[in-house]
Design a protein around this ligand. Structure first.
Ligand code: THG
Length: 259
């Protein structure tokens, strides 16, 4: 399971202002803290980044990779900001994300090809938020077909079923789990899958976040989940991931875990 740290986010009350002021220290500290907590990749979330997105992404990529030797997940709907981030990035980046819309695919896949980047494919399209697992799979097939059209290896694709808040769309949690199970069956070898976990507990009381998040994550892992965008500084989330890996017989040295 690939752990993608979610905390570098322009919407964050603590780190957002530092991003806008180009204040490196708090961002570098948060990057290092997430990596030492267990993150393998760091998400860099600029949101729509309509103003000054490319400059901000370029600066963030350089600033973070100065102190954290991990790949970054470039998270914005601004394709120019993605392009600027890819240029500055050392190693193989993750583009977060394309979706099933043709204009988005045409903006993102040429960048993925040019930079040999990985890509998250959000199973969302013109019709908006998918209603069930079948709608998610139909969009996944469109994204997969586009990868073949652009001649990009399918092992660079991570399909994301789009997690919705449990308090708003309770029936969608099981649909997302079923979608992960079905995504894995679309290709041999199986396609990889990812979720933005915290969407599920958005809007619920904070004391419930760890219980909802970690339980849902373990259920997704049982369906074959390969990666998750999570808060790695929440120890209960990392514990759940490690314990699920232990039970799935993915951790080699059981004794070191039990110590
Ligand atoms: N799929 C993909 N990418 C995604 C998501 C997804 N990127 C964005 C989001 N969903 C996942 N990332 C976050 C990052 C932060 C928070 C939630 C999801 C978050 N932050 C705290 C808050 O808002 O309370 C802290 C903010 C603050 O410090 O003020 O919740 O689904 N592919």
């Amino acid at each position: 399971m690939l752990i993608i740290g979610e905390k570098i986010n322009v919407m964050s009350k603590t780190i957002g202002p530092a991003m806008k002021a180009r204040e490196a220290k708090p961002i570098q500290e948060l990057a290092m803290a997430q990596v030492s907590a267990g993150a393998n990749v760091l998400d860099v979330n600029l949101g729509p980044a309509s103003k000054g997105g490319p400059e901000m992404m370029e600066w963030l990529v350089k600033t973070i990779q100065e102190v954290a030797d991990v790949p970054l997940s470039l998270d914005t709907t601004n394709a120019e900001a993605i392009a600027a981030g890819l240029k500055a990035h050392k190693g193989q980046a993750i583009i977060n994300s394309t979706d099933g819309r043709r204009e988005r695919i045409e903006a993102i896949l040429p960048l993925a090809k040019e930079h040999a980047a990985k890509v998250i494919g959000l199973t969302m399209a013109e019709a908006g938020i998918p209603r069930d697992a079948n709608e998610r799979v139909a969009i996944a097939v469109d994204i997969m077909t586009a990868f073949m059209e652009y001649d990009i290896p399918l092992d660079r694709l991570y399909l994301d079923p789009l997690i919705l808040p449990i308090g708003v769309a309770q029936n969608q949690a099981l649909e997302a789990i079923e979608a992960v199970r079905m995504f894995k069956q679309l290709n041999d070898p199986p396609l990889k899958t990812v979720v933005g976990l915290s969407n599920v507990y958005n809007g619920t009381p904070p004391p419930l976040h760890a219980a909802i998040g970690s339980t849902f994550l373990v259920m997704l892992m049982a369906a074959g989940l390969d990666a998750a965008i999570v808060d790695p500084q929440d120890r209960r989330m990392i514990e759940a991931i490690k314990t699920a890996k232990l039970i799935q017989n993915e951790i080699l040295y059981c004794h070191s875990y039990l110590d």
